[in-house]
Design a protein around this ligand. Structure first.
Ligand SMILES: O=C(O)CCC(=O)C(=O)O
Length: 268
């Protein structure tokens, strides 16, 4: 029987910009730690661009070609341990460009969803080095619809709303969200959870890259907007237990989706 209860493990890791091999080694050691926990996770997720970090000027040389190495590793790992993996995002070289892409896997190691970041972040000059994704990030976990967005995407409520209207009950958000905008991070993620009455599961990196520092504070927020778990600034695994039945309960309590009047909304 499919469970509606999920144990989540968010790998809030440091990322060394420009050193994919070091980052993979770090990821592997955190993954091993997660898998050896007394109670195994159902879903493991990582931060944004965990393979290369924001080494944008060298990104064409460093990016994983068609994500092949990442896909092979994550697929084998998810199958071996019977877990879902939301593979953070990686720099993926494809079609002559580089995309910021998430791959997701089920308990059998099947690829169940991809998402390339739609909104590129100008403050980090992403638009100069990366290509924007063109399709929604959707997947099914234990029979339930879920969505994926990346970092800056959370400033665009239309995207989360579109995923929710399409049935998403939970939303995964890998990020490299830097100081000093912790207030924005927590507020935007909480708003996306409350307005869409869904779980928001956000894994940020920590540490320093050049002049930029990252505060961590990975978050799991329930559909009522309560924080289920929040990390500090250290390298850690953030654990959280969630129950997907809460989504229906909250949607029943305040029938936001029934009360929508889209004829009055202009979105373009
Ligand atoms: O929107 C922000 O403040 C941070 C976004 C960001 O760092 C990113 O998308 O990589």
């Amino acid at each position: 029987m499919m469970t509606k209860k999920l144990r989540l493990a968010l790998l809030q890791m440091n990322i060394k910009a420009g050193y994919p091999e070091n980052n993979l080694a770090k990821l592997k050691s955190l993954l091993e730690q997660a898998i050896q926990a007394e109670e195994k996770p159902d879903v493991v997720m990582f931060p944004e661009m965990w393979n290369t970090g924001y080494a944008l000027t060298e990104i064409h040389q460093l990016a994983d070609v068609n994500g092949e190495a990442t896909i092979a590793f994550l697929s084998a790992f998810s199958k071996q341990h019977g877990i879902y993996i939301i593979g953070g995002s990686i720099a993926e070289a494809r079609d002559g460009g580089v995309y910021n892409t998430i791959y997701a896997f089920d308990r059998e190691g099947n690829r169940i969803g991809d998402y390339s970041k739609i909104h590129l972040f100008r403050l980090m000059e992403e638009e100069k080095y990366l290509q924007a994704g063109e399709k929604l990030g959707q997947l099914v976990i234990e029979g339930e619809q879920a969505g994926m967005m990346i970092c800056y995407d959370i400033r665009f409520p239309e995207l989360a709303r579109t995923l929710a209207l399409d049935g998403a009950k939970l939303l995964f958000v890998p990020a490299e969200w830097p100081n000093p905008r912790l207030h924005h991070w927590r507020t935007l993620l909480t708003a996306r959870a409350i307005e869409n009455q869904m779980y928001v599961i956000a894994c940020n990196r920590m540490g320093t890259s050049g002049d930029t520092t990252f505060f961590g504070h990975s978050l799991v927020i329930d559909p009522w907007g309560e924080i289920v778990a929040e990390a500090g600034e250290e390298e850690t695994i953030l654990w959280a237990d969630i129950d997907l039945d809460l989504v229906g309960e909250v949607r029943g309590r305040i029938p936001v989706f029934e009360d929508r009047r889209p004829q009055h909304y202009t979105t373009n």
